[in-house]
Design a protein around this ligand. Structure first.
Ligand SMILES: Cc1cc2nc3c(=O)[nH]c(=O)nc-3n(C[C@H](O)[C@H](O)[C@H](O)COP(=O)(O)O)c2cc1C
Length: 380
């Protein structure tokens, strides 16, 4: 399948599955444990029916909006995704370029392959940086300062990963960074030559934000172990204040699923919160993000800007979330598939597909602007 004949995100997923080694494709695809929440994210979105409205003049449609006060061409942002540089060499840089060309924010993960500085040097505009809080607070402070020095325009603090939910396939596949030299991996990689070339040409083969900044961690495998043992289970609302003190810029809290937590988050002075269950990768058995969104919107929607993520694979999905109270959606796997399939062009394609689908769905629900979306377009 060539880029020209790609019609939907599912097509990109098929191509990515052929091109990306199993361990990294599965890493992107998986949810935690029995994957109930992963499935619920999609099933609950698909259950929401849209009202078909006719004979409304929709000749002018407006997809532009603002996200945390900054203009955006679409109500979309690229979610932070670890190890993008293992889906395609220099994956973080390519995804960031595609997002910036489309006029939407890109979020660089703490667990990226290209470092903050690598991406800042390679792209023209500011991007967002996502922070995982680790036990080493000195390192945290340094990381926040590096994001500031790189002129990142927002800090996205992920709050739903104090401990890591297990994804079975990562264990079965022996998923390590860089890939472990096992016979099955060698055979698999040998059948993915374009991937291998892109990775060899890429700037880095390990966690760019951590390597060289963590003493005694020159050896890559121990770096991965260090990372797993470093996520901080003591993280609390007090730390959010601590981070606010270190980061004068815009702050986004990512990974809120509960109304009580949303009420507390709304009082932190953050610019937005992301209603999210980490794409079904953390608490298996948690509700879908879309089922949590209306309650959170009702409780705090007038106090704090809401972003949404979890299961968005079509523009219709984005429309559903916008109608139920989100101002914008983060997309995760949808663009990861594009990256694995066709690099930067694939990410651009993923964004374009979602934008076109959203545009048509808006027209057919009688909507002229993404900013006027509300529950009236949901079929009861
Ligand atoms: C492969 C993968 C890696 C991820 N890595 C991170 C990460 O490093 N930091 C983070 O805050 N969220 C991470 N997430 C969660 C995403 O930011 C986002 O919440 C999720 O992908 C949204 O669901 P979707 O993939 O169904 O769109 C990751 C998700 C995936 C699929």
């Amino acid at each position: 399948m060539s880029l020209r004949t790609i019609t939907c995100i599912e097509d990109l997923r098929h191509v990515a599955r052929r091109k990306v080694p199993r361990a990294f494709f599965d890493y992107a695809e998986a949810g935690s444990y029995s994957q109930q929440t992963l499935r619920a994210n999609r099933e609950d979105l698909e259950r929401i029916k849209l009202r078909q409205r006719v004979l409304v003049d929709v000749s002018r449609r407006e997809l532009t909006t603002t996200i945390i006060g900054d203009p955006a061409h679409l109500p979309l942002a690229l979610a932070p995704v670890g190890l993008l540089g293992m889906q395609h060499g220099d994956g973080e840089i390519l995804a960031c370029r595609a997002a910036q060309a489309a006029g939407i924010p890109f979020t660089l993960s703490t667990m990226s392959i290209c470092s903050i500085e690598d991406v800042a040097k390679a792209v023209g505009k500011p991007f967002w940086f996502q922070l995982y809080v680790m036990r080493d607070r000195g390192f945290m402070r340094a990381l926040i300062e590096r994001a500031g020095a790189a002129k990142c325009s927002a800090l996205v603090l992920t709050v739903d990963l104090q401990v890591l939910g297990q994804r079975h396939c990562d264990i079965r596949n022996g998923m390590t960074v860089p890939p472990e030299i096992r016979l099955a991996n060698i055979i698999d990689i040998a059948s993915k030559p374009s991937w291998a070339v892109s990775i060899l040409r890429g700037k880095r083969k390990t966690f760019g934000n951590l390597a060289g900044h963590v003493r005694g961690m020159e050896n890559v495998t121990s770096l991965a172990q260090w990372t797993n043992s470093q996520f901080d289970p003591t993280l609390s609302w007090k730390d959010v204040d601590w981070i606010r003190g270190l980061w004068p810029g815009k702050l986004i809290l990512k990974g809120i699923l509960d109304v009580e937590d949303a009420k507390t988050a709304a009082k932190t002075g953050a610019s937005a919160l992301v209603v999210s269950n980490h794409g079904g990768r953390q608490l298996d058995g948690a509700p879908s993000s879309i089922s949590a969104l209306p309650k959170i919107a009702e409780a705090v929607g007038s106090e704090i800007e809401l972003m949404f993520d979890g299961g968005v694979r079509t523009g219709q999905d984005a429309l559903r979330a916008l109608a139920l109270g989100a101002r914008s959606c983060m997309i995760g796997r949808a663009y990861v598939y594009g990256l694995g399939a066709f690099g930067e062009e694939g990410v651009a394609k993923a964004i374009d597909l979602l934008a076109r689908e959203l545009d048509v769905a808006m027209a057919l629900t009688g909507t002229r602007s993404v900013r006027e979306l509300d529950r009236r377009i949901i079929s009861q």
